[in-house]
Design a protein around this ligand. Sequence first.
Ligand code: PMP
Length: 286
Amino acid sequence: MSSIFYINGNLVPAEQAVIPAMDRGFLFGDGVYEVMAVMDGLLIEFERHAARLARSLAEVGIRNPLPRDALLARCRELVRHNGLREGSVYVQVTRGADTKRDFAFPAAVEPTVMMYVSERALRANPLAESGVRVASVPDMRWQRRDIKSLSLMAQVLAKQAAQASGAFEALMVDQDGVVTEGSSSSALLVDAQGRIVVRPLSNDILPGCTRAAVLALAASRGTVVDERAFTLDECRQASELVLTSSLQFVLPVIELDGRPVGDGRPGPAARELRQLYVEHALASAL
Ligand code: PMP
Protein backbone atom coordinates (compact mmCIF):
# COMPACT_ATOMS: atom_id res chain seq x y z
CA MET A 1 0.00 0.00 0.00
CA SER A 2 1.37 3.44 -0.90
CA SER A 3 1.82 5.73 2.07
CA ILE A 4 0.48 9.25 1.70
CA PHE A 5 0.59 11.66 4.62
CA TYR A 6 -1.35 14.83 5.14
CA ILE A 7 0.79 17.74 6.33
CA ASN A 8 -0.65 21.23 6.73
CA GLY A 9 -3.09 21.09 3.86
CA ASN A 10 -1.03 18.93 1.49
CA LEU A 11 -1.05 15.27 0.63
CA VAL A 12 2.59 14.18 0.44
CA PRO A 13 4.49 10.89 0.15
CA ALA A 14 5.84 9.57 3.47
CA GLU A 15 9.44 10.58 2.72
CA GLN A 16 8.35 14.21 2.26
CA ALA A 17 6.27 14.23 5.43
CA VAL A 18 8.59 16.39 7.53
CA ILE A 19 7.98 18.85 10.38
CA PRO A 20 10.28 21.77 11.31
CA ALA A 21 12.70 21.02 14.16
CA MET A 22 11.28 24.00 16.10
CA ASP A 23 7.77 22.60 16.06
CA ARG A 24 6.36 22.78 19.59
CA GLY A 25 5.04 19.26 19.31
CA PHE A 26 8.63 18.08 18.91
CA LEU A 27 10.09 20.45 21.52
CA PHE A 28 7.44 20.26 24.23
CA GLY A 29 4.85 17.67 23.29
CA ASP A 30 2.70 20.79 22.92
CA GLY A 31 -0.14 19.28 20.96
CA VAL A 32 -2.96 16.76 20.95
CA TYR A 33 -3.95 13.80 18.83
CA GLU A 34 -6.61 11.27 17.91
CA VAL A 35 -6.50 7.71 16.61
CA MET A 36 -9.54 6.30 14.90
CA ALA A 37 -10.29 2.94 13.39
CA VAL A 38 -11.18 2.30 9.76
CA MET A 39 -13.24 -0.69 8.65
CA ASP A 40 -14.49 -1.31 5.11
CA GLY A 41 -12.84 2.01 4.23
CA LEU A 42 -15.11 3.89 6.65
CA LEU A 43 -14.33 5.85 9.81
CA ILE A 44 -15.36 4.32 13.13
CA GLU A 45 -16.77 6.47 15.96
CA PHE A 46 -15.95 9.57 13.92
CA GLU A 47 -18.28 11.92 15.82
CA ARG A 48 -16.79 11.04 19.19
CA HIS A 49 -13.24 11.49 17.91
CA ALA A 50 -14.07 14.81 16.24
CA ALA A 51 -15.69 16.09 19.43
CA ARG A 52 -12.78 14.94 21.61
CA LEU A 53 -10.22 16.52 19.28
CA ALA A 54 -12.12 19.83 19.42
CA ARG A 55 -12.31 19.60 23.19
CA SER A 56 -8.62 18.73 23.67
CA LEU A 57 -7.62 21.67 21.44
CA ALA A 58 -9.90 24.07 23.31
CA GLU A 59 -8.57 22.90 26.68
CA VAL A 60 -4.97 23.71 25.68
CA GLY A 61 -5.80 26.87 23.73
CA ILE A 62 -4.86 25.74 20.24
CA ARG A 63 -7.08 27.02 17.42
CA ASN A 64 -8.95 24.09 15.90
CA PRO A 65 -7.72 23.74 12.31
CA LEU A 66 -9.95 20.68 11.78
CA PRO A 67 -13.54 21.36 12.81
CA ARG A 68 -15.88 18.42 12.23
CA ASP A 69 -16.59 18.80 8.51
CA ALA A 70 -12.96 19.56 7.61
CA LEU A 71 -11.76 16.61 9.69
CA LEU A 72 -14.25 14.28 8.03
CA ALA A 73 -13.23 15.44 4.55
CA ARG A 74 -9.52 15.12 5.32
CA CYS A 75 -9.84 11.68 6.88
CA ARG A 76 -11.90 10.40 3.97
CA GLU A 77 -9.44 11.86 1.47
CA LEU A 78 -6.48 10.25 3.20
CA VAL A 79 -8.21 6.87 3.48
CA ARG A 80 -9.13 7.02 -0.20
CA HIS A 81 -5.67 8.10 -1.40
CA ASN A 82 -4.07 5.30 0.57
CA GLY A 83 -6.62 2.71 -0.53
CA LEU A 84 -7.12 1.81 3.14
CA ARG A 85 -9.81 -0.76 3.95
CA GLU A 86 -8.99 -1.70 7.55
CA GLY A 87 -6.62 0.03 9.94
CA SER A 88 -6.34 3.45 11.51
CA VAL A 89 -6.14 7.16 10.92
CA TYR A 90 -3.80 9.16 13.15
CA VAL A 91 -4.43 12.90 13.54
CA GLN A 92 -1.98 15.19 15.33
CA VAL A 93 -2.29 18.92 15.88
CA THR A 94 0.49 20.90 17.55
CA ARG A 95 0.64 24.55 18.52
CA GLY A 96 2.99 25.07 15.57
CA ALA A 97 6.62 25.94 14.84
CA ASP A 98 8.22 29.09 16.27
CA THR A 99 11.68 30.62 15.89
CA LYS A 100 12.30 30.72 19.65
CA ARG A 101 11.97 28.04 22.28
CA ASP A 102 9.72 29.83 24.75
CA PHE A 103 7.41 27.90 27.02
CA ALA A 104 4.66 30.51 26.79
CA PHE A 105 2.45 30.46 23.70
CA PRO A 106 3.95 32.26 20.70
CA ALA A 107 1.91 35.21 19.46
CA ALA A 108 1.18 34.18 15.91
CA VAL A 109 1.89 30.67 14.78
CA GLU A 110 -0.31 28.37 12.77
CA PRO A 111 -1.07 24.94 14.24
CA THR A 112 0.77 22.07 12.57
CA VAL A 113 -1.49 19.30 11.30
CA MET A 114 -0.15 15.84 10.54
CA MET A 115 -2.24 12.83 9.57
CA TYR A 116 -1.37 9.39 8.31
CA VAL A 117 -2.99 5.99 7.99
CA SER A 118 -1.84 2.50 8.96
CA GLU A 119 -3.09 -0.78 7.60
CA ARG A 120 -3.92 -3.32 10.29
CA ALA A 121 -6.37 -6.14 10.92
CA LEU A 122 -8.88 -4.99 13.54
CA ARG A 123 -11.79 -7.42 13.36
CA ALA A 124 -9.63 -10.54 13.25
CA ASN A 125 -7.63 -10.02 16.43
CA PRO A 126 -5.98 -13.05 18.05
CA LEU A 127 -5.81 -11.15 21.36
CA ALA A 128 -9.61 -11.11 21.53
CA GLU A 129 -9.53 -14.92 21.46
CA SER A 130 -6.56 -15.50 23.74
CA GLY A 131 -7.14 -12.62 26.15
CA VAL A 132 -4.27 -10.46 27.37
CA ARG A 133 -2.05 -10.17 30.43
CA VAL A 134 -1.78 -6.85 32.27
CA ALA A 135 0.69 -5.57 34.84
CA SER A 136 -0.13 -2.85 37.35
CA VAL A 137 2.12 0.22 37.37
CA PRO A 138 1.92 3.52 39.28
CA ASP A 139 0.12 6.21 37.29
CA MET A 140 2.77 8.92 37.05
CA ARG A 141 0.86 11.25 34.74
CA TRP A 142 -0.21 14.85 35.16
CA GLN A 143 -3.61 15.98 36.42
CA ARG A 144 -5.26 16.60 33.03
CA ARG A 145 -5.47 13.07 31.73
CA ASP A 146 -8.79 13.98 30.09
CA ILE A 147 -6.80 15.87 27.42
CA LYS A 148 -5.43 13.61 24.68
CA SER A 149 -2.02 15.21 24.93
CA LEU A 150 1.04 14.32 22.88
CA SER A 151 3.06 14.33 26.10
CA LEU A 152 3.01 10.58 26.59
CA MET A 153 6.26 9.87 28.46
CA ALA A 154 4.51 8.35 31.48
CA GLN A 155 2.46 6.04 29.24
CA VAL A 156 5.54 5.08 27.20
CA LEU A 157 7.31 4.08 30.42
CA ALA A 158 4.22 2.30 31.74
CA LYS A 159 3.76 0.24 28.58
CA GLN A 160 7.45 -0.59 28.45
CA ALA A 161 7.48 -1.75 32.08
CA ALA A 162 4.41 -3.91 31.46
CA GLN A 163 5.81 -5.45 28.30
CA ALA A 164 9.20 -6.06 29.90
CA SER A 165 7.36 -8.18 32.48
CA GLY A 166 5.64 -10.19 29.73
CA ALA A 167 2.31 -8.35 29.89
CA PHE A 168 0.50 -6.76 26.97
CA GLU A 169 -0.79 -3.65 28.72
CA ALA A 170 -0.07 -1.60 31.84
CA LEU A 171 -2.95 -1.05 34.24
CA MET A 172 -2.22 2.28 35.88
CA VAL A 173 -2.99 2.81 39.54
CA ASP A 174 -3.17 6.22 41.22
CA GLN A 175 -1.71 7.25 44.57
CA ASP A 176 -4.85 6.06 46.38
CA GLY A 177 -4.47 2.53 45.02
CA VAL A 178 -7.34 3.08 42.64
CA VAL A 179 -7.18 2.03 38.99
CA THR A 180 -7.24 4.85 36.49
CA GLU A 181 -6.93 3.18 33.07
CA GLY A 182 -4.58 1.28 30.77
CA SER A 183 -1.57 3.03 29.26
CA SER A 184 -3.50 3.22 25.98
CA SER A 185 -6.89 1.79 26.90
CA SER A 186 -9.84 2.25 29.23
CA ALA A 187 -10.49 -0.39 31.87
CA LEU A 188 -13.71 -1.81 33.29
CA LEU A 189 -14.55 -4.82 35.37
CA VAL A 190 -17.51 -7.15 35.58
CA ASP A 191 -18.43 -8.11 39.15
CA ALA A 192 -19.91 -11.35 40.45
CA GLN A 193 -23.45 -9.99 39.87
CA GLY A 194 -22.68 -9.22 36.22
CA ARG A 195 -22.58 -5.47 36.80
CA ILE A 196 -20.05 -3.36 34.95
CA VAL A 197 -17.92 -1.24 37.27
CA VAL A 198 -16.10 1.61 35.55
CA ARG A 199 -14.29 4.71 36.73
CA PRO A 200 -16.42 7.82 36.10
CA LEU A 201 -15.16 10.45 33.69
CA SER A 202 -13.13 13.25 35.25
CA ASN A 203 -9.74 14.83 34.72
CA ASP A 204 -8.26 11.54 36.01
CA ILE A 205 -8.84 9.55 32.82
CA LEU A 206 -9.16 9.97 29.09
CA PRO A 207 -12.81 9.97 27.98
CA GLY A 208 -12.42 6.87 25.80
CA CYS A 209 -14.57 6.81 22.67
CA THR A 210 -14.80 3.02 22.81
CA ARG A 211 -15.60 3.16 26.54
CA ALA A 212 -18.52 5.50 25.85
CA ALA A 213 -19.89 3.33 23.05
CA VAL A 214 -19.48 0.08 25.00
CA LEU A 215 -21.16 1.46 28.13
CA ALA A 216 -24.10 2.75 26.10
CA LEU A 217 -24.45 -0.63 24.37
CA ALA A 218 -24.25 -2.52 27.67
CA ALA A 219 -26.83 -0.24 29.31
CA SER A 220 -29.17 -0.65 26.34
CA ARG A 221 -28.97 -4.41 26.88
CA GLY A 222 -30.03 -4.00 30.50
CA THR A 223 -26.60 -4.39 32.10
CA VAL A 224 -26.18 -2.31 35.25
CA VAL A 225 -23.29 0.13 34.83
CA ASP A 226 -21.88 1.26 38.15
CA GLU A 227 -19.68 4.29 37.52
CA ARG A 228 -17.33 4.46 40.48
CA ALA A 229 -13.66 4.18 41.24
CA PHE A 230 -12.38 0.62 41.72
CA THR A 231 -9.20 -0.78 43.22
CA LEU A 232 -6.63 -3.29 42.03
CA ASP A 233 -7.94 -5.65 44.65
CA GLU A 234 -11.41 -5.49 43.10
CA CYS A 235 -9.83 -6.36 39.75
CA ARG A 236 -8.30 -9.44 41.35
CA GLN A 237 -11.75 -10.50 42.63
CA ALA A 238 -13.62 -9.57 39.45
CA SER A 239 -15.38 -12.09 37.23
CA GLU A 240 -13.91 -10.29 34.24
CA LEU A 241 -11.54 -7.44 33.57
CA VAL A 242 -11.90 -5.75 30.19
CA LEU A 243 -9.91 -3.19 28.19
CA THR A 244 -11.38 -0.98 25.49
CA SER A 245 -9.70 1.19 22.87
CA SER A 246 -10.26 2.45 19.36
CA LEU A 247 -7.97 -0.09 17.70
CA GLN A 248 -8.28 -3.07 20.04
CA PHE A 249 -12.05 -2.57 20.48
CA VAL A 250 -12.76 -4.83 23.48
CA LEU A 251 -10.16 -7.18 24.96
CA PRO A 252 -10.56 -9.67 27.80
CA VAL A 253 -7.85 -9.64 30.46
CA ILE A 254 -6.92 -13.13 31.62
CA GLU A 255 -4.06 -12.32 33.99
CA LEU A 256 -3.20 -9.44 36.32
CA ASP A 257 0.33 -9.28 37.76
CA GLY A 258 0.84 -12.96 37.03
CA ARG A 259 -2.41 -14.11 38.66
CA PRO A 260 -5.51 -15.28 36.78
CA VAL A 261 -8.50 -12.94 36.50
CA GLY A 262 -11.80 -14.82 36.90
CA ASP A 263 -11.19 -18.34 35.67
CA GLY A 264 -8.15 -17.20 33.69
CA ARG A 265 -9.96 -17.42 30.36
CA PRO A 266 -11.71 -14.79 28.22
CA GLY A 267 -15.18 -14.31 29.70
CA PRO A 268 -18.66 -14.14 28.17
CA ALA A 269 -19.22 -10.44 28.92
CA ALA A 270 -16.08 -9.40 27.04
CA ARG A 271 -17.04 -11.59 24.11
CA GLU A 272 -20.56 -10.15 23.98
CA LEU A 273 -19.39 -6.55 24.37
CA ARG A 274 -16.86 -7.00 21.59
CA GLN A 275 -19.48 -8.41 19.26
CA LEU A 276 -21.98 -5.66 20.09
CA TYR A 277 -19.30 -3.03 19.63
CA VAL A 278 -18.17 -4.29 16.22
CA GLU A 279 -21.78 -4.42 14.99
CA HIS A 280 -22.44 -0.91 16.29
CA ALA A 281 -19.13 0.39 14.87
CA LEU A 282 -19.90 -0.91 11.39
CA ALA A 283 -23.49 0.31 11.49
CA SER A 284 -22.46 3.84 12.49
CA ALA A 285 -19.30 4.12 10.38
CA LEU A 286 -18.87 7.18 8.17
N1 PMP B 1 -6.96 5.81 27.83
C1 PMP B 1 -5.79 6.18 27.30
C2 PMP B 1 -4.75 6.75 28.19
C3 PMP B 1 -5.56 6.02 25.92
O1 PMP B 1 -4.39 6.39 25.38
C4 PMP B 1 -6.57 5.45 25.11
C5 PMP B 1 -6.34 5.24 23.65
N2 PMP B 1 -6.59 6.39 22.94
C6 PMP B 1 -7.77 5.09 25.72
C7 PMP B 1 -7.94 5.28 27.08
C8 PMP B 1 -8.91 4.53 24.91
O2 PMP B 1 -9.59 5.58 24.25
P1 PMP B 1 -10.32 5.33 22.88
O3 PMP B 1 -11.37 4.30 23.13
O4 PMP B 1 -10.91 6.64 22.54
O5 PMP B 1 -9.29 4.86 21.90
